[in-house]
Design a binder for this molecule. Sequence first.
Ligand code: XBP
Ligand code: MG
Length: 249
Amino acid sequence: MIKAFIFDVDGTLADTERHGHRVAFNQAFEQFGLDWHWSEQTYGELLAVTGGKERMLHYVQTHDKAEQQRDDLEQLIRQLHAQKTRNYVQLLSDSAIPLRPGIQRLLQEARDEDIRLAIATTTTPDNVTALLENALGADSLDWFEVIGAGDIVPHKKPAPDIYFYVLEKLGLDAADCVAFEDSRNGILASLGADLKTIITYNGYTEQDDFSGASLVLEQMGEADQPSQVLQQALQQDYLTVDMIRQIVQ
Ligand code: XBP
Ligand code: MG
C-alpha cells in the first residue's frame, strides 16, 4: 500500500534548469567579474555533476586551469554559490517557473487520498521554498512533511543518501513509497534506496538511461494536455494515483 510520494525538484516538479539555475549562475559569474558563461549546451553537459558548488568546481577543473590554481578557490565557489542562490530566488520571485503538467493535480490527489508527501533534492533549501511559494503559494510548503535538500547529506545524487534521509524522517520503508525523478543521477539515487521510481524526462534528460524505472513519461499529462507516452502505453491521457498504484503494486 502506497503511504508516501517522494518528489525530486529540478526537472521533476518544474523545468528549472535551462532558464532558471543556468541564468542565475551566469548572473553570479558576471557579478563577480568572471568571464565564465554557461551556454545551454555547456550547462547540459555540466548537469552530469549534481550540486551547484560541485558543478562549479568541476567546471574550473575542466575548463579554467588558471583559476584552479588560486588558493581561495573553495571560498570563491562558496561566495559565488550564495550569490547564485540569491539570484535564483529573485528570478523566481520576478517570474515564477510553473510546475510541470500534472504535478499540482497529482499533489492534490495524493493529499485527498492521505498519501504523505516529501521532497528529496540536491538543490539548496532556499530554492525549494522559492519554487513552491511562487508556483503554489506559501502554504504549499506545509504539504511536504519532509524536505530533504542540498547539503543536508554528505553525498549528493546519484548517491542514495538524500532518499535514505527522507525515508528515515518519514519513518517509512522504501516498499511503501514511490519516487518521482527526471534524470539518470536521480534514478540511480532512488533505486539505490530501493524505491520504485516514475520518471518524467525533459529536454536535458530525454537521452538518459532510465533502466529500472517503473514508468518513463515525457510528462504526467492533464486532461487538456494528454501525455503521448501514457496514451500509447496505457491508453490514458494523464497519470493518476490509481494508475500509480496499479503500476507499482
Ligand atoms: C538538481 C541539481 C541542483 C541544481 C542547482 O537537483 O543538481 O544542483 O541544478 O541547484 P535535483 P543548487 O534534480 O535533485 O532537484 O545550485 O542549489 O545545487
Ligand atoms: Mg532532477
